[in-house]
Design a binder for this molecule. Structure first.
Ligand code: ZN
Ligand code: ZN
Ligand code: ZN
Length: 262
């Protein structure tokens, strides 16, 4: 928001898919991954119905993934009328739950969101919500908290959501192999884009290496859709520059409002 770097200026000038908000994903119409400050914008620009969402899984507490304030807007006394679904289950790590508690204390007069239940998610402990089988994985990210990646399956198709993470831990590969997880779509962290991947995130140098490992253990194959997502301006490429490079590597480049059927 406050950046005037060369890449942000270029993106602003180019417009369209080069304008990026913070990452969030909607699976079908009822499972949401992460809840950043741009959630309202995502809803309005894509004509979505967040009141139909029954499951919200949060990867970690970093503010580009989780800002709890707008959850109050699910209160039916003042803010939300004609909800499509009565209940919303939120799953997150200890830090996410703590932030929700702190936020309630900060705004004690704000009404409680309707039908919201909050549950702790732990790495490698699968749970069910709605029609989904969900498996949290330990992300190689934010070691000060238990950051999570997720496997989401609706019984027909399976999504592997690798945000945020650096190179996955060996235990993660072992778990996916032992559980015989087959992903129809993998969304890869690509924060570093053109610069060599350091800790905590992936880039164009490491996404193909992770995909290769996933192929070796049978998680993905030539039918799996590979998407790169979550880009930093520090990685230098705007969408128009990144998309052709990623395409050559076999990855779709995400943009705001992108829909992928798989
Ligand atoms: Zn910038
Ligand atoms: Zn993060
Ligand atoms: Zn992030």
């Amino acid at each position: 928001m406050f950046c005037r770097c060369e890449y942000c200026m270029k993106a602003m000038q180019a417009g369209g898919r080069n304008l990026r908000t913070r990452s969030q994903a909607l699976v079908n119409d009822d499972l949401l991954i992460d809840f950043p400050a741009d959630s309202l914008q995502h809803l309005q620009q894509n004509n979505l119905d967040f009141s139909a969402v029954t499951t919200l899984i949060v990867t970690h507490s970093h503010m580009d993934h989780f800002i709890p304030f707008d959850l109050h807007l699910r209160n039916t006394d003042y803010y939300a009328h004609n909800l499509t679904a009565d209940n919303l289950e939120l799953f997150g790590n200890e830090r996410v739950l703590e932030i929700m508690n702190d936020e309630r204390k900060m705004y004690p007069d704000e009404p409680v969101p309707e039908g919201l239940s909050v549950r702790l998610a732990k790495a490698y402990q699968p749970f069910r919500s709605g029609k989904y089988n969900i498996i949290p994985l330990r992300a190689n990210h934010a070691p000060e908290e238990n950051a999570l990646n997720y496997v989401v399956s609706d019984g027909e198709k399976t999504l592997l959501y690798l945000h945020d993470t650096g190179l996955p831990f060996e235990e993660t590969y072992d778990f996916l192999r032992d559980r015989k997880i087959r992903a129809d779509l993998v969304s890869y962290d690509c924060t570093f884009v053109t610069i060599p991947s350091g800790g905590g995130h992936l880039g164009l140098d490491s996404c193909p290496a992770v995909r290769e490992r996933l192929e070796e253990i049978g998680v993905s194959d030539s039918n799996t859709v590979s998407v790169v997502n979550h880009f930093s301006h520090n990685g230098k490429y705007i969408y128009d520059e990144l998309a052709p490079v990623a395409e050559k590597l076999g990855f779709l480049t995400s943009y705001d409002g992108m829909t992928v059927s798989f």
